[in-house]
Ligand binder design. Structure first.
Ligand code: GAP
Length: 500
């Protein structure tokens, strides 16, 4: 795809998100804080719906998955055990002329994508593989040399004068104690997963879980990203939806494949097109993982990671067990068919699924953003125009239906209010009386409302209304008494769940 088009599309989406109350730059009146965003009235509804969909599909549809909500702050030892203090780094490089800082791996990935766009995917793949090898070996001089060999230039200064590549820890920290200046820093968690690992036995015992079982969590995570860009794709404060699935050692590859397929199905059921989703095996496996794949989505700036599925072995639990000196083991009294004896005590292995709520939001919003050419009016009054609307799945749309009296008289506003008061117990609705009906439709199209219900003269005679459909603009007349079931059916998570 032409990069100019990609950028335009992203710009349109960013502008739309601001104008229609989906996403705002954080503290905008002070010129913003880089890579931090706020969700507006429609954004928070859409995001909450996505989170609820994930939560219910994890906990409600699986007998063996339960949830927790762990604190953001954790004992500092957590991050030593997990390896984040020593190794949660990104390789950074500075340009000597512009003084701008970049992630060395991102510069190389962008170059690889450039080869791909230019029709030479093999060269792109070779470059990514070489970068993966150098990073795995922590050969930072080699990474710098690769940047020089590829003649990568700073987009700001246009020069190739680069510093050495250095590792930069991504964790934010704050003072843990107000009285003890020597107290170790408390970190803002860079992933929610560790709150699950340290609670493994609490959950297993209190909820009487038997392996295999999972623990799901939605919560904020923080990373001091060097390169913060592409809108809400890479943020410093973001939200993760993670599920750690605890299993018997030796079964991890089968579970890894099961969750890989299940998570891809989930995105497709939500309406993300199969052609815009792909798996991407990690070029550089973390030292504790024995398999890892990203589910990538084709964002307006290309295919990028939306979710990670990782087989994390028993690394995290063993590390916490060693540092805390508390046993984090499970007694498995199922019989091993090979020996005829119980499997006994072991540290479980873990397969995790980890999706960013904000990246899922961006994927959903970009996929829904639709511009179509339509013809309106007849004869001489006929005109062609572009209609912009959000083709969101009704189950996640911020507003499920808008109710409009056709005119502000003849009892229509009162009737519309009556319908609104009845349906608001079930659905998030708006009631709008102002402006011409066409303008009101447009406003709802722009925020993705699937149905507009119009109260007109006939409503007062026979208690029927018209229901206008966002995607087709077609209108159907139906009894008011049928609205609840009709809307309920369309916006229910059930239709999505049935596809999983
Ligand atoms: N517990 C595993 C873990 O944290 P990760 O691949 O580093 O793995 C998982 O992150 C997901 O979290 C990513 O696939 C992405 O959706 C989201 N994510 C990570 N960093 C992010 C950031 N800076 N901004 C927004 N989302 C991010």
């Amino acid at each position: 795809m032409n990069p100019a088009i990609e950028t335009t599309q992203l710009k349109d989406i960013v502008a739309h998100a601001k104008e229609y109350g989906f996403v705002f730059q954080s503290s905008e009146i002070y010129d913003g804080l880089q890579a931090v965003y706020d969700y507006g009235p429609n954004g928070v509804e859409l995001k909450n719906n996505l989170k609820r969909l994930w939560w219910e599909s994890m906990t409600q549809l699986h007998d063996n998955v339960v949830g927790i909500d762990a604190a953001i702050f954790m004992a500092p030892q957590t991050w030593e055990a997990s390896g984040h203090v020593a190794g949660f780094n990104d390789p950074m490089i500075d340009n000597l002329d512009s003084k701008k800082r970049y992630r060395a791996d991102v510069l190389l990935e962008d170059k690889a994508a450039e080869y791909e766009r230019a029709g030479d995917p093999a060269r792109g793949a070779a470059l990514t593989a070489e970068m993966g090898r150098l990073l795995t070996e922590n050969d930072l001089a080699g990474v710098r040399q690769l940047i020089l060999d590829e003649k990568i230039l700073c987009p700001v200064s246009g020069t190739g004068k680069w510093t050495e590549v250095r590792q930069f820890n991504l964790m934010f920290s704050t003072q843990g104690s107000s009285v003890d200046a020597d107290a170790p820093p408390v970190y803002l968690r860079p992933e929610t997963a560790q709150g699950i690992f340290v609670n493994f036995l609490n959950v297993q015992k209190s909820a009487r879980m038997k392996i295999p079982f999972g623990i799901a969590q939605i919560g904020k995570a923080f990373r001091n990203e060097i390169v913060a860009r592409q809108f809400i794709f890479r943020m410093r404060e973001f939200e993760q939806m993670e599920m750690q699935f605890f299993i018997r050692p030796g079964t991890e590859m089968a579970w890894y494949e099961t969750w890989k397929a299940a998570r891809r199905r989930w995105h497709e059921a939500l309406g993300l097109p199969a052609a815009k989703l792909r798996f991407h095996d990690h070029d550089k496996l973390a030292f504790y993982a024995n398999a890892a794949v990203d589910i990538e989505y084709e964002f307006p700036f290309g295919f990028k990671e939306m979710e990670g599925i990782h087989s994390r072995t028993d690394y995290d639990l063993t590390q916490h067990q060693n540092l805390s000196r508390k046993k984090l083991q499970y007694f498995d009294n199922d019989l091993d068919p090979a020996t005829g004896k119980a499997y006994g005590n072991y540290v479980p292995f873990v397969v995790e699924t980890s999706v960013g709520a904000d990246r899922l939001f961006l994927a959903t919003l970009s996929n829904a953003f639709t511009e179509e050419t339509i013809t309106e009016g007849e004869g001489e009054a006929q005109q062609t125009k572009t209609r912009t609307f959000l083709k969101l799945h009704p189950a996640v749309a911020p507003i499920k239906a808008a109710i409009f009296p056709l005119v502000r008289k003849d009892g229509m506003p009162e009737k519309a209010q009556e319908i609104f008061d009845e349906l608001r117990f079930d659905f998030r609705l708006v009631l709008e009386e102002r402006d011409a009906i066409g303008k009101r439709y447009t406003r709802q199209d722009l925020i993705g409302t699937p149905f507009c219900i119009v109260v007109d003269g006939q409503t007062l005679e026979d208690n029927t209304v018209t229901v206008r459909h966002r995607d087709t603009r077609e209108q159907t007349r139906m009894p008011i008494a049928d609205l609840r079931a009709y809307i309920g059916e369309a916006v229910s998570f059930r239709r999505i769940f049935e596809k999983l």
